[in-house]
Design a protein around this ligand. Structure first.
Ligand code: UTP
Length: 284
């Protein structure tokens, strides 16, 4: 049902300077794979086969990453590295299934999504933020399986003192998996937060959200917020938060990024024994 996904990668990644001065934040690797590749693979696992990247200046490494590298491939053939060659071939998608649109000004996530409006027709579309990395089942695949129209966001409980880092949901009916979204507020202070149920960077939106974004003004952080446009859909169509089964890491923050590297390293059976023994040694 959901065939297209938008990957907004136009942000400046200022929290990761100087690493992100010339390197896109979404190309930072967790273990051996860039964040954006995890997101693309998560979407592919949901049956999505059209990938729309909203890029910006200094983001060409992302385009190169998902394209042929003839020199590398020739070298791998010459050296007989068949596994590595198969791996780099597997990353190349069908011609015509990947498109790039440029966000000339990083005016916020809502603006980035709006920049993709002409690539999406009268159909719901997935949005994945690569810096929210999820270990476990494909979150967007789980969402697609539960999607029945309207808008859906991935949701998780966060500590009370962290609400100002997230979009926060005012919950309605809640069956433990799907929670009705009765209100949505971007980055409220804990004292103003309607709950501790936070939005994580996975969305399925209906096309009307693009129209709303067309008229959106800058708000929190002087940016055009996707949360604001989604909040305006409340009451007009179905809107649910989906509690996914995986573990989410905030790779937009340094601590979250380090945690992700450790968790993904520990989940890797080749790396885990040496990594665990090193960690145990550090802690003793
Ligand atoms: P963030 O809110 O983490 O912003 O974006 P950022 O600019 O990337 O990073 P900091 O806060 O300066 O360190 C979440 C996602 O939305 C994209 C980012 O690329 C990231 O994948 N984004 C954000 C855009 O595509 N355009 C924007 O204008 C802002």
């Amino acid at each position: 049902m959901i065939k297209k996904a938008i990957f907004p990668v136009g942000g400046l990644g200022t929290r990761f300077l100087p690493a992100t001065k010339a390197l896109p934040k979404e190309m930072l690797p967790v273990v051996d794979k860039p964040l954006i590749q995890y997101a693309v693979e998560e979407a592919a696992a949901a049956g999505i086969d059209e990938f729309i990247f909203v890029t910006g200046r200094n983001k060409s490494a992302i385009e190169d990453h998902f394209d042929h590298s003839f020199e590398l491939e020739k070298t791998l053939i010459t050296k007989g590295k068949a596994d590595a060659l198969a791996m780099v071939h597997d990353m190349i998608h069908k011609p015509g299934s990947v498109s790039y649109v440029r966000q000339q000004d990083p005016a916020g996530l809502g603006h980035a999504v709006w920049c993709a409006r002409n690539m999406v027709h009268d159909e719901p579309v997935a949005i994945l933020l690569a810096d929210d990395l999820i270990l476990g089942q494909s979150c967007i695949a789980e969402m697609v399986a539960h999607y029945r129209g309207g808008n859906m966001v991935a949701a998780m409980n966060v500590p009370t003192d962290q609400t100002q880092s997230y979009g926060i949901i005012t919950p309605g009916k809640d069956d433990g998996k799907l929670v009705e979204v009765k209100g949505l507020v971007e980055k409220p202070e804990p004292k103003d937060a309607p709950s501790t149920i936070a939005v994580v960077g996975r969305y399925i939106i209906e096309p009307t959200v693009f129209q709303t974004l067309s008229n959106s003004e800058r708000s929190v952080g002087d940016e055009i917020q996707l949360t604001d446009a989604l909040a305006q859909q409340i009451g007009k169509s179905e809107f649910y938060g989906f509690r996914f089964s995986g573990e989410r890491f905030d790779c937009g923050s340094k601590v979250g990024f380090l945690q992700a590297n450790i968790a993904f390293g520990m989940a890797n059976e080749t790396l885990a024994p040496e990594l665990m023994s090193w960690i145990r040694g550090r802690l003793s």
